[in-house]
Design a protein around this ligand. Structure first.
Ligand SMILES: C[S@@+](CC[C@H](N)C(=O)[O-])C[C@H]1O[C@@H](n2cnc3c(N)ncnc32)[C@H](O)[C@@H]1O
Length: 252
């Protein structure tokens, strides 16, 4: 039997981008959140571990494990070849992708909403929506369509908060017992609308908005008021507005 040669570091990062069992983390801030929320890190590389230590003492002094001890030092030249665009914070990692149980997320009885992104077309929007969802305390994010919310660009704009809450993929509108709230232009307006417990809050695609199929089965339809002449909010911004409307209503 011929022994297979060990893939080089470059090959491991290259292959990880197409391996559904792992994710590639580009930059310090997504790595910081990944670590805080328990990611299993398989590789960490940096061309300048002492600069990494400085970033950690400034932005994540709560993390006691020194990232510089986790990081394998690599040449600047190799580091530049590990990503299409070099992360300016000088660190990259490969982590195990968490397995998310979509059915368990949807059937969770806690009175907390789940965010549904219907076929979003922009990875940066997906990441920003995950970030808002984690910050506001949503139970999780379900994404339909063919973009993967764990791709490096989504992890970068989500600053790694995909590791903080369940982020799942669903082929289509998931069946569940949660009240379906269509967040859509033309619905009942905030602030009067009360978000029901365990809502599945559905947000539409950037250009067309929510599909007719989803609007037809929604239990409620809610819109965010805007000034005359403004067509709509950015997708992730609307996620943040709705979730904080819910969150602030929870305060005693
Ligand atoms: C950029 S908007 C889509 C605009 C699209 N032309 C439409 O007619 O819905 C993307 C998503 O953000 C949410 N959204 C943006 N602005 C909103 C608003 N003022 N009220 C409710 N939802 C909004 C909706 O879920 C919408 O599907």
């Amino acid at each position: 039997m011929v022994a297979m040669p060990n893939p080089t570091l470059h090959d491991r990062f290259y292959n990880a981008r197409n391996d559904p069992s792992v994710v590639v983390i580009e930059g310090f801030h997504p790595l910081k959140h990944a670590f805080r929320f328990g990611a299993e890190l398989l590789e960490v590389v940096s061309p300048d571990p002492s600069a990494l230590a400085d970033l950690q003492s400034e932005y994540a002094p709560d993390i006691k494990t020194p990232f510089k001890d986790l990081a394998q030092p690599v040449s600047e030249e190799l580091f530049d070849r590990l990503a299409p665009v070099r992360p300016p914070t000088g660190v990259m990692a490969i982590a195990r992708r968490p397995v998310v149980d979509l059915a368990a997320l949807l059937s969770n009885k806690a009175p907390v909403p789940v965010v549904l992104l219907e076929n979003p077309r922009n990875l940066f929007n997906i990441g920003a929506a995950v970030r808002a969802s984690a910050a506001a305390g949503a139970a999780g994010v379900v994404n339909t369509g063919n973009l993967d919310p764990w791709k490096p660009a989504a992890l970068t704009s989500g600053v790694g908060l995909q590791f903080a809450i369940p982020v799942a993929q669903s082929e289509s509108l998931p069946q569940c017992d949660r009240p379906l709230v269509a967040v859509d232009l033309g619905g009942e307006t905030l602030p009067d609308f009360h978000i029901p417990d365990r809502a599945l809050l559905a947000f539409g695609t950037e250009r067309q908005g929510l599909s007719q199929e989803l609007l037809e089965v929604a239990d409620h339809r809610v819109s965010i008021p805007m000034e005359n002449g403004v067509s709509s909010l950015n997708l992730a911004t609307s996620v943040a507005v709705i979730l904080y409307h819910w969150k602030l209503a929870q305060q005693p």
